[in-house]
Design a protein around this ligand. Structure first.
Ligand code: HXC
Length: 292
């Protein structure tokens, strides 16, 4: 539809601000689930633009491989591997993908758990299996992603000690894509709210268990982000975009760049001491629950 961002070929200004220095992720590797999605591909582009190689994981083989090819174009010499046919609900296939990433690209220094599932339904319209499906994709999928990649993140953190590394380069960083619905509760989103609350909690535990090894684990919580599949599904057709923008205290919906920039911050040398927290990037939308 009209509002969907064309993730295939977008200008640098659409996925990255001018705040960052080129090369800050040189010789580093990103492993991202949901990396062919609208937000995930912007996060990947931003890191690749700034020097990283990347491995993007998705269920759909064609979509994942096509996205990897397109993203590789943002920097000469970038290596972007697309591994399709991987469902985050399967630990074994995620582990095989992580092992392949390390074999082909040499390491996993940063992980984004971005794969998610969503639909609109009241609790009365949610079968037990519908509820379970979203918990499986979001919460169990995030657990499986952590479990499959944590040995590589520990190794990366060890290579990059002392922290902050004198070169300014970083490694050993985990970021889950959460949401803000569970701060207040959200009608028609009971399943997603529960799944994301569990993700926040899980990431907190990761930060405590692996912080002593130099790994950081955080969440980014996007608000209403324009052009995403999630907002296509969630947002009302009865309001104009101006009305929707006015519902957010900052006066507009977010962009995928807002989330990509937040990701760069958390993974950069500037984010060294940010651990076990959620960076909410929503223009204060959740405080008014008006962003939708
Ligand atoms: C009620 C529904 C439903 C709906 C599916 N189900 N859609 N129930 N209303 N609209 C039920 C099914 O009937 C079934 O239950 C169960 O959910 C599983 O459905 P399947 O189709 O078998 O599941 P699957 O093929 O695994 O697909 C998962 C999915 C699908 C979540 C349903 O939509 C998907 O793959 N989505 C991935 C992409 C996506 O959702 N992206 C948006 C992410 S946005 P029964 O009982 O019949 O067996 C996001 C952001 C949230 O997460 C926050 C925004 C700010």
């Amino acid at each position: 539809s009209q509002r969907t961002v064309n993730t295939m070929s977008i200008a640098k200004s659409e996925y990255l601000s001018n705040a960052w220095a080129n090369g800050i992720f040189a010789n580093r590797v990103l492993f991202i689930t949901g990396g062919a999605g609208t937000i995930g591909s912007a996060q990947t582009r931003a890191l690749v633009h700034l020097g990283a190689d990347a491995c993007i994981i998705g269920r759909n083989v064609e979509k994942t491989e096509a996205a990897a090819k397109e993203i590789a174009k943002v920097r000469n010499g970038a290596r972007v591997l697309g591994i399709g046919g991987v469902d985050v609900r399967s630990f074994d296939s995620l582990k095989a993908a992580a092992d392949r990433c390390v074999k082909e690209l040499g390491a996993i220094d940063y992980v984004v758990a971005g794969a998610a599932g969503n639909f609109i339904a009241p609790i009365s319209g949610l079968s037990p299996n519908a509820f379970k499906t979203v918990i499986d994709i979001d919460t169990i999928g995030t657990f499986n992603t952590i479990k499959a990649t944590i040995p590589h993140l520990i190794a990366s953190a060890a290579r990059n000690a002392p922290n902050p590394h004198p070169s300014g380069l970083t490694g050993g960083r985990f970021l889950a894509v959460s949401a803000t619905f569970h701060y207040t509760g959200m009608p028609l989103q009971a399943h997603v709210s529960a799944a994301k609350a569990a993700i926040d909690s899980l990431v907190g535990s990761v930060s405590i268990e692996y912080g002593p090894l130099g790994v950081t684990a955080n969440c980014v919580a996007p608000g209403a982000i324009a052009g995403t599949e999630g907002m296509e599904r969630l947002s009302s057709d009865l309001m104009t975009q101006r009305e929707k923008d006015r519902g957010v205290p900052s006066g507009r919906w977010g962009t995928v760049r807002d989330i990509a920039d937040a990701t760069v911050f958390v993974f950069s040398d500037a984010g060294n001491y940010v651990n076990g927290t959620t960076l909410v990037v929503d223009g204060a939308g959740w405080r008014r629950q008006g962003g939708l």
